[in-house]
Design a protein around this ligand. Sequence first.
Ligand code: SF4
Length: 70
Amino acid sequence: MKITQEREKCIGCGTCVAVCPDFWVMNEDGKADLKGAKDVGNGIFELEVDDVGCNKDVVSACPVQIIHVK
Ligand code: SF4
């Protein structure tokens, strides 16, 4: 499965970090980082995982809906 973050659009609310700290951390630039994710261009970061774990909850929790799991 793949987790995608449209990082350019992150407003830095910290919700993903609060809900799912195993996968998310705040960066000093004020946006959230998906740990270990690859920059695939256009401000988008992707991470391949076997188990999405708590990211199931992050998708709906992100207020600007920039996190996707498929
Ligand atoms: S929940 Fe969404 S907007 Fe908030 S810090 Fe995480 S990625 Fe950014």
